[in-house]
Ligand binder design. Structure first.
Ligand SMILES: [Zn+2]
Length: 571
């Protein structure tokens, strides 16, 4: 497969070179990550591919009457950024979330809801959060009857800012089947009639729920993310944000075929611009469908690929759900827990290997990481390379966060790709010492060790868990310390922060370009700036290979080019 792609590239380069360019970038500070020609001033693009990389003088011969010529005025141009772990729909939902912080009165709350309902489709959920009644006059909770005045038909759910209460309208209660006969659930309470709220319509029975749900009663309302936000709107909002920040590709870990159908529809209509490398959640029926159908590579001009299954093997460190080999330092009663069963995972791993499907597994704790390496190794031993559709499966370990030092060499040995999020390290290391103690940070976020061992690190952000910005990830990877605004007074004990595990600037750039391309079997067509490759570029306001660390987060994306098309340009 790789050989065929290489041959195609050989044939296509001279063919492209004879035609005038559709797009020329000149006066640029181009970092190519191509060893044969690491630096250039200009690039010529024919259609979606790069035709030439070189000097301002030499690029002139590609300029024809139809060529769009962009003078970059010295801007730094890098191969298009790729985020290897970016929950695309989640990013869109965050963009569209309805923020009620700072609402000063019940009337203001209702007018905001009214405005939102007017934009919603019939029956679409309106979900917001952030109101608090403490300073309202009178300081009482809103009720279902208040909300019904502005939203008689669309279900509405609005979370109180502390996260311990929410109000819903009558349409939402009806969808959830909540009536006066519904009992309070364990750990929660449905407020009734006049309890805690203002005016109540005449004739309401004393046990009639008034729409306020406290704590676990919120769980009675099953508003899933995709009910809350129209998935097409979410995808478009995520796309706009992604290309604005300079992402040319995002690798979307987990989700369903529903997501794939949304992406296909929007690509078909030409509305989605960023490339998406999509994983389907497994084990289960949705993943089995991918195994049966086989990978779908490069749809819509390499915009969409579906070839991976996302598994979740444990929880998170903050909530002590990450599976550890020994108990938590700040709670000896627990070591966290695994979240997938061997009996479900094993047959799926073997079937994936046979059918050329990649597997990427979330693993945070040292026990989960060992479990993933063990299970991957077992499957690879059971399905030798002759029985595999793709000999080199390039399976991934998403997060590879707390790893026992004795397990670190196994990544290279097994060919398992660590997919890591630099921003997690610079956020987590504030509380990691209390969770696991300094001793266990020896194999934590061990970027340098993994790279020295010969691994590539697929770098990403885990947005919307993190902000999902290339410059934050790049800064975190090279600085390995808090963002400049959080630096003052931070205790950066080297026995916890391990500054020796930082990446060099070149490594960090590869972690956001070439290495995620490799982790997606795309290194022959993406990841460096070279003739024959897809014309994906991010143009930056500063030279991130040279500026002081503190300047990196302030660097702006000026222009995003995907497949030779300028999809974002700073105004
Ligand atoms: Zn994630």
């Amino acid at each position: 497969m790789r050989r065929i792609l290489a041959l195609l590239a050989l044939f296509s380069v001279p063919a492209l070179a004879q035609q005038p360019a559709t797009l020329v970038l000149k006066n640029a500070n181009v970092y190519t990550l191509d060893d044969k020609q690491p630096h250039a001033e200009a690039v010529a693009v024919v259609g979606e591919r790069i035709a030439f990389v070189g000097s301002n003088a030499d690029v002139q011969r590609y300029v024809g009457p139809q060529t769009k010529v962009l003078d970059l005025n010295g801007a730094t141009v890098v191969p298009g950024f790729t985020d290897a772990h970016y929950h695309f729909m989640g990013v869109g939902q965050r963009e569209l979330s309805f923020n009620l912080e700072g609402t000063k009165s019940l009337d203001e709350l209702l007018s905001k809801v009214k405005e939102r309902v007017a934009q919603a489709k019939p029956g679409e959920w309106v979900v917001g959060r952030g109101w608090i009644e403490t300073f309202w006059k009178p300081p009482v909770f809103p009720s279902r009857w208040d909300l019904d005045k502005v939203s008689p038909n669309n279900p509405v759910l609005l979370g109180r800012s502390d996260g311990h209460g929410a109000v819903v309208n009558s349409a939402a209660l009806k969808l959830a089947g909540i009536t006066s006969a519904t009992a309070d659930p364990f750990g929660g309470k449905l407020l009734r009639a006049k309890e805690g709220v203002g005016d109540v319509p005449a004739g309401v029975a004393v046990n009639e729920p008034n729409g306020m749900l406290l704590d676990r009663a919120r769980g009675l309302i099953r508003v899933s993310d995709d009910m809350a936000v129209d998935p097409e709107k979410a995808a478009l909002a995520a796309d706009a944000r992604s290309i604005m920040l300079g992402w040319c590709e995002v690798q979307d870990p987990g989700g369903s075929w529903r997501d794939v159908e949304v992406y296909r529809k929007l690509y078909g209509e030409g509305k989605l611009k960023v490339r998406i490398y999509k994983a389907i959640s497994g084990p289960g029926a949705e993943a089995d469908r991918l195994i049966q159908q086989g990978a779908s590579v490069g749809e819509f001009g390499h915009r969409l690929t579906v070839r991976s299954i996302k598994v979740v093997s444990d929880g998170a460190l903050g909530s002590r759900g990450a599976a550890l080999l020994a108990p938590y330092s700040d709670n000896p009663q627990t070591s966290g827990f695994l979240t997938v069963k061997e009996e479900a995972l094993r047959p799926m791993l073997m079937a994936a290997l046979k059918n050329g499907i990649q597997v990427e597994t979330h693993a945070i704790g040292d026990k989960a990481n060992r479990f993933v390496l063990d299970e991957y190794a077992r499957a690879m031993a059971a399905v030798p390379s002759g029985e595999r559709k793709i000999k080199e499966p390039r399976w991934r370990d998403e997060h590879s966060q707390i790893v026992s030092p004795q397990d670190l060499p196994r990544f290279k040995k097994l060919g398992v790709i660590p997919s890591m999020q630099p921003s997690h390290a610079i956020g987590d290391l504030f509380f990691v010492p209390s969770r696991i103690g300094a001793q266990r940070t020896k194999g934590a976020y061990a970027w340098h060790t993994l790279i020295q061992d010969g691994n590539v690190i697929a770098g990403g952000s885990d947005a919307p868990v993190e902000r999902g910005e290339p410059m934050i990830e790049y800064y975190a990877a090279v600085a390995r310390k808090p963002l400049p605004e959080r630096l003052a007074g931070a205790n950066l004990d080297p026995a916890v922060w391990h500054p020796e595990q930082a990446m060099t600037r070149e490594q960090a750039l590869k972690a956001l370009t070439l290495w995620p391309a490799y982790a997606a079997f795309e290194e022959d067509i993406k990841g460096t700036t070279a003739a024959g490759k897809l014309a994906d570029f991010s143009a930056l306001s500063a030279d991130i290979t040279k500026i002081p660390e503190a300047e990196i987060p302030k660097t702006r994306n000026l222009m995003t080019i995907v497949g030779g098309e300028v999809v974002f340009q700073e105004k």
